[in-house]
Design a protein around this ligand. Sequence first.
Ligand SMILES: [Zn+2]
Length: 321
Amino acid sequence: MDAIVARQHQPVLSESSVPTCGAGQALVRVRLAGDVPAWVSGAAAGAPDGAVLGRDVVGVVSEVAGDAPSGVRERLRKARVVCSPMVACGTCDMCKAGVSQHCREGGMLGSAGVPGSMAETIAVPWRNLALVPEGLADEAAILAGPLSRAVHAARMIRMEGKVFVTVLGDNLASLLAVQAIAKLNATVRLLGWQPEAFGRAEKWGVQHRHASEVGRRRDQTVVVDCVGSEASMDLALGMLRPRGTFILAADPQRGASVDLTPVVRGELEVIGASFGAVADALPMLASGDVETTGLVEVRTRPSEAPRLLSRPELLYVAVEF
Ligand SMILES: [Zn+2]
């Protein structure tokens, strides 16, 4: 079958063997697989040859392992689904405590030895699957994974009194986070460095400005950093008011270092936001509360995917299988 895999640390189209349905797994016939090109490049750079890339998927269940309860098997039979990207073991202390996103043995689709979503058929834990509401297009549903992270970060904001929130970034994560937070009745603005990217927020009625235009006034209650660069983290800490909250909703860039003096002087709270569950994001997509038009910047065939996935300036690339 066709798959987008790493070869010599680059994404390529390759023939790959069809996976079998192991214990705890379901097989999904992929309709659309997608990811952020900048992320795929990083994953491919660290992956062994042949590793399937990609985190997000919309597909149709073709088989469910016999160990799943009969009700689950019936519900998932031939269902159109999306899949949470964080894969958990189900048996460690974190999983048993109900916080499987912090699984000690866990990994993420498309990185660190876990096969990704960009193949004709994939084997994933059936517990990670959520049914796509009828009427929700594949091209919107594919964003349930990235949106789950935005929703997860938004839920970390305490809404006491008047809350001023800044979201930092020009990427897909920031464009989803600013919309999720706007639903919380917070005063939210988006700051970025690339006007053509953050300017998309204009049609959603979200305030947006160039990062260089704002001073470090120490007046923001919460800053959500969706970039994780030295520049973004430094700016975030400089904008927060004393006792403010810094939410880091991106993996910090390799080697990035930041001066933590403002954290101590301002007694700032620092919170990391990883991924949530796709099931939490689907209602927002189905209701239209989050605008996704144009966020899947490119929809393409597998043959074109490696070239497009190598362009880090693209917001998001979806591949039809
Ligand atoms: Zn676990």
